[in-house]
Ligand binder design. Structure first.
Ligand code: NAD
Ligand code: MG
Length: 472
């Protein structure tokens, strides 16, 4: 083996202001209280951001409500022009945005640059194309927008979740108030500047920063007509309760515990790459991560030894280094959760393994980890860890694989690895999951609907289906 020289992306490409206000009605104004956002790889404070209270949220919803009159009355072709413009500006400024996202979130620059940002632009391009064709989307001849959408997003894909929420809402003629997660507010605030650059009419997009309370003020505001939430199942439940009976429309994208099923006829090397991508992509902070590996007993030994060999080559460290595979855990709180569940896994009797791996002294880090000898009753097989931790179970027959895969309160995604097309189709048919990948994993496309069954939530984002949530 040879050593790689460091290959850092320059952080000076992006300007970060020492403080940011709230983006309401087309301009930034000061909030009264503030909070800090840090770089999880170094614990350095990046900026101080306004903490929106109930009056701030009320002003933002008021601005969106006022902007709605004109925005919803624009011909779709005119709204499309703004969305195309936003998509192009995101492309032009994607290097700045990728560095900013990696700094605030901890994800490797290779992912923010090659996955997140291209998908963000693709979503705006895709929904720009729908804006003047809503009458042909299959929701009646004259579908109408709903009003103000209140949107709350998590920290794992800050900019991509923003695109998933804002692009279809605007294409359909709604206006929005969006609240980014408290550990990753900076790319949404950068996006506010993109909206200004695109000369989007003031009030069409408003960004309010803050923590859970700010999110609660937003979803409970009486002038919000539609709530879109991505985050934990626990908060999703609270929101469902508070929205019930109000007449507001609601979509929830919640957690997952996806099965990645490897049959004995699967190409082992490809499957290993898919398993690594399934659980270690974005530090495992992925709701649809392949966090339960189900491998057929006859190939388990061979597959696990290849997987361990591959894991030993994963590079953990500086998110801005272009050679980094696994970056920083997003926050101290998330690191504590991953550490705790992993300890529970070991105490419950599963066998823990990580490759030798030196972790930086500062910041939040967790080595890629697998557990073997896991049973369905173990907490690490049932609960979402949301980190780089894989639970490995085995099976003997396809029926057993299906039964184990479906034995979960979640139903967001699944993966199937087999050389046999008929087997893939037969198994996919019986899995209760919103997205099923065959001989690949964690592939996303704006034309493809995404969403869950059971405790993974309801409603679909992406594709033609994603428009339905924003139209009456
Ligand atoms: P979280 O639910 O605590 O936070 C998500 C967002 O909701 C944040 O912006 C937060 O400030 C806000 N929030 C918190 N309490 C709120 C309340 N009472 N009312 C309104 N908003 C509130 O989740 P987290 O721990 O920050 O993120 C990790 C979780 O998110 C994981 O469990 C993961 O499964 C889930 N997630 C799901 C998806 C998906 O697409 N299904 C995507 C990403 C993350
Ligand atoms: Mg941060």
């Amino acid at each position: 083996m040879f050593e790689y020289a460091p290959a850092p992306e320059s952080r000076s490409i992006v300007d970060i202001a020492p403080s940011y206000g709230l983006f309401i009605n087309g301009s930034f104004d000061e909030g009264k209280a503030t909070f800090k956002t840090v770089n999880p790889a170094t614990e350095e404070v990046l900026s101080e951001v306004a903490l929106a209270g109930p009056e701030d949220v009320d002003r933002a919803v008021g601005a969106a409500r006022k902007a709605y009159e004109k925005w919803s009355a624009l011909p779709g072709a005119e709204r499309a022009k703004y969305l195309f413009r936003i998509a192009r500006i995101v492309q032009e400024r994607s290097r700045e945005l990728a560095v900013l996202e990696s700094l605030d979130n901890g994800k490797p620059i290779r992912e923010s640059r090659d996955v997140d940002l291209p998908l963000v632009a693709a979503h705006f391009f895709y929904y720009a194309g729908w804006a003047d064709k809503l009458a042909y989307a299959g929701f009646g001849p004259d579908p109408r927008p709903l009003g103000v959408a209140g949107q709350v997003i998590p920290w794992n894909f800050p900019m991509l979740m923003l695109a998933w929420k804002i692009a279809p809402a605007l294409a359909a003629g709604n206006t929005v108030v969006l609240k980014p997660a408290e550990t990753t507010p900076l790319s949404a605030l950068f996006f506010a500047d993109v909206c200004r650059q695109a000369e989007l009419p003031p009030g069409v997009v408003n960004i309010v920063t803050g923590a859970g309370d700010t999110g609660r003020y937003l979803v409970e505001h009486p002038d919000v007509a539609k709530v879109a939430f991505t985050g934990s199942t626990e908060v999703g439940r609270q929101i469902a309760r508070s929205v019930a009976g109000t007449g507001k429309r609601l979509t929830l994208e919640l957690g997952g515990k996806a099965a990645n099923i490897v049959f004995d006829d699967a190409p082992i090397d490809q499957a290993v790459e898919g398993i690594v991508n399934g659980i270690f992509f974005n530090q495992g902070h992925v709701c649809c991560a392949g966090s339960r590996l189900l491998v057929q007993e006859s190939v388990a030994e061979e597959l696990l030894s290849s997987l361990k060999r591959r894991m030993a080559t994963l590079r953990v460290g500086d998110p801005l280094d272009k050679n980094t595979d696994i970056g920083a855990i997003n926050s101290a709180a998330q690191l504590a959760k991953i550490t705790e569940l992993s300890e529970i896994g070991a105490n419950e009797g599963a066998e823990r393994w990580s490759p030798p791996c030196e972790l930086p002294d500062r910041g939040f880090w967790f080595a890629p980890t697998i557990f073997t000898g896991v049973t369905q009753a173990h907490r690490i097989a049932r609960e979402e860890i949301f980190g780089p931790v894989l639970a490995v179970l085995t099976f003997r027959t396809p029926d057993e694989a299906i039964e184990k895969a479906n034995n979960t309160p979640y139903g967001l995604s699944a993966g199937i690895w087999s050389d046999k097309g008929s087997r893939i189709l037969a198994v996919a048919d019986q899995l209760r999951a919103g997205v099923i990948w065959a001989n690949t994993f964690n592939k996303f496309d704006p034309t493809s609907p995404f969403g869950g069954y059971k405790e993974s939530g309801y409603g679909r984002e992406g594709g033609r289906h994603g428009l339905e949530a924003y139209l009456a």
